[in-house]
Design a protein around this ligand. Sequence first.
Ligand SMILES: [Fe+2]
Length: 217
Amino acid sequence: MVLLDESCMKALPENKNKPDWLEEEAKNLVAKLGKYHLLTYHHSLMVAKLSTALAEYIGMPRDEVTLLRYSALVHDVGKLGIPLSILDKPGSLTPEEIDVVREHSYLGSDIVALRPGLESLRPIVLFHHERWDGSGYPAGLSGTKIPFLARVIALADAFEAITAGRVYKPKATKGWAIKELERCAGSQFDPSLVEDFIRLLTISKKAEQIYERWDEC
Ligand SMILES: [Fe+2]
């Protein structure tokens, strides 16, 4: 079993604007996560790829794209603090276990806040499970009060989780995942970002390239 998939890591776009050590900090954190929980590690790489592709597609400035990529890489690093017995539980979680899992947002934001240079990722990591209608966690933020980069990650996060499957849920097709994103536009997700994301995944020139990269990992 390959614990740290370097080919996937190298497939990420090169960072041109920030010092290498910032990139190294983010990669070191996600590498630690890989040693702890392989599925979350792969999930993080794929969310970084998808988020970056969406950010580039909608024309975000290069600095913002870089910040987004680091944030996506480490968005679930708080799962280092969640017991494997919960992360890998095959059945439904109890309400108490759900509360424990939800702690990963706080834990992750604390972890990045302690890393020099990564402090700016904190709000994005903290709020990546907020929902457009205010029913998410940890703060119940809604609409544009949710940091924009956290909204991008939320979309990529859901798409990856649906198409990769989980111990408690079989994987679904990309087509089904797209329908699910459409269904949840305006409730779970920023509706205008859903439109952009679906256009990226279906009719853009990049769609095929994204799916090729997807299948590599
Ligand atoms: Fe998460």
